[in-house]
Ligand binder design. Structure first.
Ligand code: GDP
Length: 283
């Protein structure tokens, strides 16, 4: 038991009778969202008997397990000679560029040549940051000039990755959520451009979210899912907040699964999402 389940246990282990409002508030504070919090409290109340802190933890864990997806296999490179393409989206500051580097490192360590495309051409710092990661981790980074069309950077990177026989290509994009129309245009142009060289690309569009932003992360997921269909999300900064409740809320409300978790600033602080581990160690 860790994080939020432990604090639930500690909070209710010394009370003779559970205060339902208090329990609901604790569940909402863990970013599960009001609807899920309410249904959990109802389930416990319906037991119609004295509830212990153990019951609270066990039923919460079961409730969350039902609402999280089963473990998905890691993304395998396609059987064709073209790379598996990730389109990574998210607002600035959530850890998107770091996550692209970590994902590349994770794939490369499993023996697959991986390329990075610096398509956040809006922020020069993002390209520089990705280049630094590339140097440090020995991963080729394809860049374009400042303010270049992000889709042309993705096109060139894709072409080069195909030519060099790379197995994965990860495209880091800009996250300007304040203008959904522009974002939608930009992301659909990148999709069309990638599909020119491989109709199956991008194979996986993943949204990067900062776990410590709670219900804001859910809002971002809703906005991005409207702008560009998402296949899943990556929750970063799981080391900081100790809260991962928002993963359950996003999966329940939007039907998109968590795929990876970021647990620190170093390249190795990255893991495939696994339900049992998440419920045991992270929530
Ligand atoms: P971007 O603007 O979304 O591309 O965000 P960056 O990749 O520049 O990351 C923003 C900050 O978050 C940096 O200081 C990263 O080191 C930090 N960061 C990214 N992922 C994690 C994580 O999983 N845990 C922690 N603690 N920090 C992270």
């Amino acid at each position: 038991m860790a994080g939020f389940l432990r604090s639930l246990y500690n909070r209710f282990s010394n009370t003779a009778e559970i205060d339902w409002d208090d329990l609901e508030a604790s569940l909402v504070a863990a970013d599960l969202g009001p609807r899920l919090a309410m249904s959990l409290v109802e389930e416990l109340r319906d037991l119609g008997r004295q509830i212990t802190a153990d019951d609270v933890v066990e039923i919460t864990r079961q409730h969350l397990a039902q609402r999280l997806p089963p473990d998905l296999p890691p993304p395998l490179p396609p059987s064709s000679d073209k790379p598996f393409v990730f389109l990574i989206v998210g607002v600035n500051g959530v850890g998107k560029t770091t996550t692209c580097a970590k994902l590349a490192h994770w794939l490369q360590r499993r023996g697959s040549l991986t390329y990075l495309a610096a398509a956040d051409t809006f922020r020069a710092a993002a390209t520089e940051q990705l280049l630094r990661w590339g140097q440090r981790l020995d991963i080729p980074v394809i860049t374009g000039p400042a303010n270049a069309d992000p889709s042309s950077v993705c096109f060139n990177a894709h072409q080069q990755a195909i030519r060099d026989g790379a197995r994965y290509l990860i495209c880091d994009t800009a996250g300007r959520l304040h203008n959904r129309h522009n974002l939608m245009e930009e992301l659909s142009k990148i999709r069309r451009t990638l599909a020119k060289q491989d109709p199956a690309a991008p194979h996986l569009t993943l949204l990067v979210l900062d776990a410590s932003t709670g219900s804001n992360a859910l809002q971002q997921a809703k906005e991005f899912h409207k702008a560009s269909p998402l296949d899943g999300f990556i929750l970063t900064k799981m080391d900081g907040s100790g809260k991962g409740g928002v993963a359950v809320a996003i999966h329940e409300q939007l039907g998109i699964p968590p795929r990876f978790l970021g647990t620190g600033e170093e390249p190795a602080d990255f893991a495939l999402f696994q339900r049992a581990r998440f419920l045991e160690d992270m929530i």
